[in-house]
Design a protein around this ligand. Structure first.
Ligand SMILES: NC(=O)c1ccc[n+]([C@@H]2O[C@H](COP(=O)([O-])OP(=O)(O)OC[C@H]3O[C@@H](n4cnc5c(N)ncnc54)[C@H](OP(=O)(O)O)[C@@H]3O)[C@@H](O)[C@H]2O)c1
Length: 340
C-alpha cells in the first residue's frame, strides 16, 4: 500500500510535536512538509531531541502549492488559521484540524465565543466534529475533520452514554477540570508571567470557557436533550494531563452499578476508553503519554449522587492521538495504528 503524504502545520507547538511523534510510528503516512511561523528554516529536532535521528524535512512557511503534493493536512495552529488553509483544499486533500475552527456548527457561535469572524463559512458544511468513540456519522463524506477540545474529550466520553440512556439528570451537572499547563500552548510562560505555574493551582474562564458551546452542541446532537452544566477549568502545576471531576444526580432507581454497567457496555469495543474498577481514585499519571481515557464511577454519601472521574493526556487523547484516530477512521486503517 502506498503511503499518504502529510503536511503538519504548527509543527513546533506542543500538539505539533506530539503529532510528529505519532506519525513517525504510523506505517501508512509519510511526513512531507513541516510548516511553522517563527521557526521557519530551523530543524524540528530543536523542539524535540528524539527527532535528531529521524529523517524529517526542514520547517517551511505554508504555501498553498504544497497541497498538490499532499493527501492529509494536520493543522495545530492558533484559531482562525485552519479556516484560511481550508479555502485552498483540493479534491484529494483531507484537513484534520486540532483548533476550534470547525468545532461549532454556527458561525455566529464562533464569533460569540472566539471573538473572530469565521473566515470559511462555506466550508462548515464540509466538516464534521469527530470524537471517534462517540461520533455516529461516517467520515467518508467530509473533507474537514474537526477534533474536539481537550476538556470536552474528558467530559463527553462519560456523559454522552449516560444521558443518552436516560440514567442521569440532564441538569445540575457540575464539572470541575484540572489541566496541565501545556494546555495553553508553548507560550504559556509568557502568557501567565505572574502565575507560578509550577506551584499554584488557578481557576480561569469560570462559567464561560470556550469549550462550553462545543460540549452543549455535542450533547444536544447525540442525546437530543438540552443539557445544563457548570464548568470550571483549572490550570494545574503539572505539564500534561487532565482530570475532570463530574458531579451527577442519578435518575430515580438508578444505582452506581447500573452506571458502571452502562459505560462498560457502551465502550466494550472501544480500545482507548477504559472503565476502571468502581470507586477507584484515578490519576492523570495513569494515562499520560497514552491515548487512553480512564473513567471511574465513585459513590458518595448523598443519595442519588455519584462522582465520575475522567482522566486523559490533553496532548494525546485530547489532541494529537484523537487526530490520528480520526485519520485511521477516515482512511479505514486499523484503529490502533500509530497509537501504541
Ligand atoms: N495544548 C493542548 O493541550 C491542546 C489540546 C487540543 C487542542 N489544542 C489546540 O491545538 C492548537 C495548537 O495548540 P498548541 O498547544 O500546540 O499551540 P502552541 O504550542 O502555541 O503552538 C502553536 C503552533 O502554531 C504556529 N503558529 C503560531 N502562529 C502562527 C501563524 N500566525 N501562522 C502559522 N503558524 C503559526 C507556531 O509556529 P512557530 O513556533 O514556528 O511560531 C506553533 O507551531 C491550538 O488551536 C490549540 O487550541 C491544544
Amino acid at each position: 500500500m502506498s503511503k499518504l503524504n502529510a503536511l503538519v502545520a504548527g509543527c513546533t507547538g506542543y500538539i505539533g510535536v506530539e503529532l510528529i511523534k505519532l506519525l513517525i510510528k504510523h506505517k501508512f503516512v509519510n511526513i512531507l512538509y513541516l510548516c511553522g511561523n517563527s521557526s521557519v528554516g530551523k530543524n524540528i529536532s530543536r523542539y524535540d531531541k528524539s527527532f535528531v535521528s529521524k529523517n524529517l524535512p526542514k520547517i517551511v512557511k505554508f504555501n498553498k502549492n504544497f497541497l498538490k503534493d499532499v493527501d492529509v493536512v494536520f493543522t495545530a495552529l492558533p484559531n482562525g488559521e485552519a479556516q484560511k488553509i481550508s479555502q485552498f483544499l483540493n479534491k484529494k486533500n483531507i484537513l484534520i484540524d486540532l483548533a476550534a475552527d470547525f468545532r461549532l456548527k454556527k458561525s455566529s457561535e464562533y464569533l460569540r465565543w472566539y471573538k473572530q469572524k469565521h473566515q470559511a463559512i462555506n466550508k462548515i458544511k464540509t466538516s464534521i466534529y469527530s470524537l471517534p468513540e462517540i461520533n455516529e456519522k461516517k467520515l467518508d463524506h467530509y473533507s474537514i475533520i474537526s477534533c474536539p477540545g481537550c476538556y470536552p474529550t474528558s467530559i463527553l466520553l462519560p456523559l454522552v452514554p449516560l444521558i443518552k440512556k436516560n440514567l442521569i439528570k440532564s441538569y445540575n451537572i457540575v464539572i470541575d477540570s484540572k489541566s496541565g499547563y501545556s494546555g495553553a500552548g508553548r507560550n504559556v510562560h509568557a502568557k501567565y508571567k505572574k502565575k507560578n505555574l509550577y506551584e499554584s493551582l488557578s481557576a480561569y474562564s469560570v462559567g464561560f470557557h470556550r469549550h462550553m458551546p462545543e460540549i452543549s452542541q455535542t450533547l444536544k446532537e447525540l442525546t437530543k436533550k438540552n443539557v445544563s452544566f457548570q464548568f470550571t477549568p483549572h490550570l494545574s502545576p503539572m505539564f500534561r494531563g487532565i482530570l475532570s471531576t463530574i458531579y451527577i444526580d442519578l435518575n430515580s432507581g438508578v444505582s452506581q452499578q447500573n452506571i458502571i454497567k452502562a459505560l462498560s457496555s457502551f465502550y466494550k469495543n472501544k480500545y482507548f476508553v477504559k472503565i476502571v474498577k468502581k470507586d477507584k481514585f484515578i490519576s492523570t499519571n495513569d494515562v499520560i503519554n497514552t491515548n487512553f481515557c480512564h473513567i471511574s464511577v465513585c459513590k458518595t454519601n448523598t443519595k442519588n449522587k455519584i462522582i465520575i472521574l475522567s482522566a486523559i493526556d490533553n496532548l494525546i487523547k485530547g489532541g494529537a492521538g484523537q487526530a490520528i484516530q480520526n485519520l485511521n477512521q477516515k482512511y479505514k486503517f486499523p484503529n490502533k495504528m500509530g497509537l501504541l
